[in-house]
Design a protein around this ligand. Structure first.
Ligand code: SF4
Length: 279
């Protein structure tokens, strides 16, 4: 049994939160640069150029890439052979607290959804834990923006509905969201499971590598078709019109009840920030 102290987890989370806010990563900026060349609208190209410039300044000057520094979401894989000395959830929250304090990042969390009083330290994080084999802890952290999260949804379709109905739901959601989720988007979709599982796998979908390929051929084809159809909607970068409304569509699926077809759509804005570390 490997012992991992809560302090180590705090240290890692603090750095991940700072890095995620400052550095969107080379592969993501490369993709945006390619999209500038492909974008058909002049104003769309101009917006993409400003996003790239903004992301480059954030990386080189260690500044947050967006004023909305997000609600922290952590996907944590804990090995069966790990003993955590301390409280995992509090260790994560302490890392978030330190990062948002020392990094002068905006605190965007309220204590109670109806009283709306700020917690003043950006905690608590939303932490999802999965038990896996091994003696390590893998933490993937994302500061999730409110604008894109607000345009996300879960809909319980019926098995009588099918791929076209799922597509219609996705296209309708993105079209009517317009510029609010700050496109170009990464569109995370969860199909199957139940109410909460579909939302969780949609969230996990936006954490996937931007250039990965879905191993399921049906989902791979659906991702490609939806990406093309979303970009034909004309919403464009920041909703000003254009051909780059989404950068990627990522779909995860899970077994479900014979009577159900849950579909969750989790929109991720162009500030598609997430970082991973293994302890
Ligand atoms: S949705 Fe994203 S890009 Fe828009 S304000 Fe929020 S974090 Fe920033």
């Amino acid at each position: 049994m490997r012992v991992i102290k809560a302090d180590e987890i705090t240290k890692v989370v603090k750095q991940l939160a700072l890095d995620a806010n400052h550095d969107i990563g080379e592969s993501f900026i490369d993709l945006l640069r390619r999209k500038i060349k492909e974008e058909k609208s002049g104003i769309g190209r101009s917006v993409l150029e400003q996003i790239v410039e903004n992301d480059e300044i954030a990386r080189t000057e260690n500044r947050p890439m967006c004023q909305d520094t997000g609600l922290i979401v952590c996907l944590v894989e804990v090995g069966y052979d790990v003993h955590i000395q301390g409280d995992l959830y509090e260790a994560i929250n302490e890392g978030v607290r330190q990062a948002y304090d020392e990094g002068l990042l905006r605190k965007s969390v309220v204590k109670h959804p109806l009283k709306r009083e700020n917690t003043n330290d950006n905690t608590p994080a939303i932490t999802h834990v999965k038990l896996v084999s091994g003696d390590k802890i893998k933490i993937t952290l994302a500061p999730k923006g409110g604008g894109s999260e607000n345009m996300s949804l879960v809909k319980m379709l019926t098995p009588a509905e099918g791929i076209q109905d799922i597509k219609d739901l996705v296209l309708h959601t993105i079209f009517y969201a317009g510029g609010k989720p700050c496109p170009p988007l990464v569109v995370g979709i969860g199909i199957g499971g139940n109410l909460e599982k579909s939302a969780l796998i949609a969230k996990e979908a936006i954490f996937r590598e931007i250039d990965d390929v879905n191993p399921d051929p049906i989902l791979d084809q659906l991702e490609r078709e939806l990406l093309q159809e979303i970009n034909e909607l004309g919403v464009g970068p920041m909703g000003f019109g254009g051909t780059t409304t989404a950068l990627a569509v990522k779909i995860n699926a899970y077994p479900c009840h014979i009577a159900s077809l849950p579909v969750a759509i989790n929109l991720q804005c162009h500030a598609s920030r997430h970082k991973t570390e293994v302890i």
